[in-house]
Design a protein around this ligand. Structure first.
Ligand code: NCD
Length: 309
């Protein structure tokens, strides 16, 4: 029934067709509903998830683990894998994934290098899910972002969506923008000029028919948007700390700005936030980012149930 995703690697959002994305979101909705009645299911009884995180994470790792436990499976985990795994002895990602495949039925990996997920997947003999490869992609975040947009706004088609902040280094916006080509939306990319979305991604989006505009003017973009997706300036990607200092704090969304530009805008953020969304936004009914983080569990349950054999 769910044969099409079974056993597949999920390395980039482009690995999934629109139909497959919708299937994951449908399964997520079903699990959200079921978990309100039954805290633990037995869908993946006896299966084991391995999380290999070579970069910091709170939400992604814990929501994957929570998802697997709620599906009835088990979890083995290496956080701080650069320090605490055999990577510190010089083991390649290929070899590590080959070995962990003997211990688990699915691997979720995060690593600072673009392409690291492909390298590990080549060694893995079980499905490998990319939980972030440097500034590359973060496909499962895009899935939970789509789920959240659907839940908050009823549907995705017809929306005006603004991605704001560090569009150069933010992998979540790279995956989300690529996912949105499947819907009839208009996309505004609002960022300081030093942090614009890579030109090749913008070209790819346009070539696939997405209406994309770029601006530096966040307030004007907010006024014209239904959904505002804010991102953190990715300090860990800056070679020059002075450049980070110059750019940090350049885009701050606070309650006054929302009230002045667009009181009804749905505010999203993959989190963690630093200072780009003021805490006075949290109490607004349209501040969706904490619900968005919660949705990570349902969406990852949906994905794991379809991928793990
Ligand atoms: C994001 C990431 O790791 O790319 N976090 C997440 O997974 N929710 C966003 C970020 O770190 O800014």
């Amino acid at each position: 029934m769910s044969g099409s995703l079974m056993g597949r690697d999920i390395l980039a959002i482009g690995d999934l067709s629109k139909q497959e994305i919708l299937l994951v979101l449908e399964h997520a909705a079903r699990f959200e509903e079921q978990c309100s009645q039954t805290p633990k299911l037995s869908v993946l009884d006896g299966r084991i998830l391995a999380t290999l995180f070579y970069e910091p994470s709170t939400r992604t790792r814990l929501s994957f683990e929570s998802a697997m436990l709620r599906l009835g499976g088990g979890v083995i985990s290496v956080a701080e894998a650069l320090k605490s795994s055999s990577a510190s002895k010089g083991e390649t990602l290929f070899d590590a994934a080959r070995i962990v495949s003997g211990y688990a039925h699915v691997i979720v990996q995060r690593h600072p290098a673009v392409g690291s997920a492909q390298e590990a997947a080549a060694g893995a003999t079980v499905p490998l899910i990319n939980a972030g490869d440097g500034v590359g992609e973060h496909p499962t975040q895009a899935l939970l972002d789509l789920y959240t947009i659907q839940r908050e706004r009823g549907q995705i088609d017809g929306l005006r969506i603004c991605l704001a902040g560090d569009l150069k280094n933010g992998r979540t916006v790279h995956s989300l923008a690529r996912a949105l080509v499947h819907w009839d939306v208009t996309l505004t990319l609002a960022s300081p000029t030093a942090l614009v979305m890579p030109a090749e991604i913008v070209a790819e989006l346009r070539q696939k028919g997405l209406a994309v505009q770029e601006t530096e003017d966040l307030a004007a973009a907010m006024a014209e948007s239904d959904v505002l997706y804010v991102t953190r300036i990715q300090r860990e990607r800056f070679a020059d700390p002075a450049e980070y200092e110059r750019l940090k704090g350049s885009y701050v969304v606070n309650r006054a700005l929302i009230e002045r530009t667009n009181p009804a805008v749905t505010v999203m953020h993959p989190l963690p936030r630093v200072d780009e969304i003021a805490t006075d936004v949290d109490a607004l009914p349209n501040a969706a980012y904490f619900r968005q983080a919660d949705n990570g569990v349902w969406v990852r349950m949906g994905l794991l149930s379809l991928v793990v054999e």
